[in-house]
Each structure stands twice: as C-alpha cells, then as structure tokens.
Design a protein around this ligand. Sequence first.
Ligand code: TXA
Ligand code: MG
Length: 337
Amino acid sequence: METVLLSDSEADLLKAAQLIKNGNIVGIPTETVYGLGADASNEAAVRNIFAAKGRPADNPLIVHLADFSHAVKYTSYIPELAYRLAERFCPGPLTMVLPKNDLIPMVTSGGLDTVGIRVPSHPVMHRIIELSGCPIAAPSANTSGYPSPTSAAHVMNDMNGKVAAVVDGGESEFGVESTVIAIEGESTVRILRPGCITKDMLLELCDEVIIDHAILNELAAGEKAASPGMKYKHYSPKADIIMLEGDLESFIDFVSKHDPENTYSLIYDEDGEKFPFRYMTYGGTSLEQAHQIFAKLRELDEIGAEKVFVRAPSKEGVGLAVYNRLIRAAGFEVIRI
Ligand code: TXA
Ligand code: MG
C-alpha cells in the first residue's frame, strides 16, 4: 500500500476524514503523541490497526471524541466525577475508562467491558474527528513495543506501506501519552498510566488519587493488570537501556567504570557541561523531558547506540510519566548508584 503524506490544510484533513470514514487507517497528530486512527465502530478497520502495529489483541484502544458530551453515546454509565474532570481537563491529555455499550465493539476494547474515552485538544485531530463524524479509535502510531512517535516522520518510519495516509500536524506538544484513569466510588481516581495531567491536578477535583502499582513495578507472572498495556515491554529502542538513579557525580563514576568508550549516556541538559563521555541530553524540566524522551530514544537507534545509560528522571509531577516510560524501555533494569 502506498502511504500518502498529508498536510494540515482543510482539503487534506477532509481527505484524511474521508479515508477514516471509508474504513482506512490514518496516522494522525495529537497533543500527546501521534495516533493510528480508524473508525472505532468498524471492526475490520480496528483489526487492521492491531495488525499494522503488531499489537496483542487484548490491549484495548482509546476512543477519541470531539467533545466529552458525545461520551453518553458510547458508554453505559458516566459518574458525576467524570463530568467534573471533563469540565477541567477536556479537551486535553486525559483518558477516562468508563463502562462501554454495544456501539463499541469488543475488538476495540480488547475484550473488556470498558472503554477509554479521550477528547484531544490538538486542532488537527479535533477537525479530523469532526469531519469524519466517527468516534476514532487510536493507539499510539508506533510499531508495538517501540517508542511512541512524536512527529509525522516517526510515524512514516514505522508505518510507511501499512497505512493509507499520515497527516503532518507538527511535533507533539506533550510528547508522552495521555494520563489514563479509572474512577472508583464517588471521589477516588486510580491512575493507570501517568501523563501530563498529574496526581496533584486530579486531587483538586477529588478526595483521593491512587497511583496503580503497575506504574512503577513489574507485574508478577500471572498478575492481572488494571490496564493491559502495563504488562507488555514497551517504548524500547533497539539499544539496551539501563537506568541509573542518583546524582551526577555518582553517574559519571559509574559510567567511567562501565566501558565508557562503547556506551552512550542520556542525561539532563545541565549535566552536559561537565560530562566527560559520549552523551545526549533529554531536557532539564520534567515537561521538557516528556517532550523529548521518545524522540531521543529513536535518535539513539539512528546513531547506532547499543548500550545507553540514562540518568533517571524525577518521579514528581510530570516526571512520573517520564519515569514510567523509561523504566519500561529499560525492561525494569534500574541501578541505584
Ligand atoms: O495520548 C494517548 O493516549 C495516545 C493518543 C494517540 O491519544 N494514545 C495511546 O494509546 O497512547 P495506546 O493504545 O498506545 O495506549 C492506551 C493505553 C494502553 O496501555 C491500554 O492498555 C490502556 O490505555 N487502556 C485503553 N483502554 C483501556 C481500558 N478500557 N481499560 C484499561 N486500560 C485501557
Ligand atoms: Mg502505545
């Protein structure tokens, strides 16, 4: 299949929307990462998404809507807290897991009786949903297991020849995927995947926010995941990633004793000034690190890095999202130095 690269012009967005309406898959930009979009109610189209990514069939897709008010059409129940969260955070990088109804096929929900609902804020994505008139199922547009794409070029790299088109909407603003939450009882939120809507932001609207165990810990064999995506190795470049947790001095000391000639280090911007070995930086603040992390992991593959020591990010605020992606990229290999 020839993959057409589309621009963000109205005429091209109309083409993208038409392709989706007709059962095709299109790479589409969002404010978090690029997605692979198809009509969420079209089972054949959704199956093609799983095939293009090489994604396990039990890992559910998020359904993207133009406005949260449309969620009533695809769910069987919406708790009051969901409306309050939507008022504050939609459109934006938040996905709420809600009980689904029959308009969402089981293929889309990975066999679950719930569906993740998200209202993206990216104007291009928003316009494509509007023009297509479809609820759009969209996982991140990477090959399953590889780092998520934050540019149209990343999507082309993974999906050229496998999807009908890719829409170039520029670099993704946040760079890590949406915060995925479940609502428990009247006023408790469980974070299933951390993102740029943080625990503290959610706490402004509810009594309790639980960080699911699987966010920082590897699931034991046979342990059930609240979010199926958490059980798979993820976000991994070809390079072997090892996370080192500690200060810069200990980091330099560790690298100096572990084959510095044949490794790369991925460190904070401000670490670069004093760093004596081969390195790349991934930002200073947590927001910058979120924005850059996936692009940097892909870049390390491009330059042929085989082994990479990463200076672990903070686990506070947006940092938790970056940490969660990196700990998976590292296959949970973290060394406290
Ligand atoms: O920012 C994002 O969320 C991006 C953009 C494209 O919207 N999408 C994305 O989709 O990251 P994906 O499929 O790569 O990740 C969705 C995650 C998976 O870990 C999946 O297991 C979880 O959300 N998820 C989806 N529906 C769920 C459900 N009904 N219950 C529990 N977890 C769910
Ligand atoms: Mg993904």
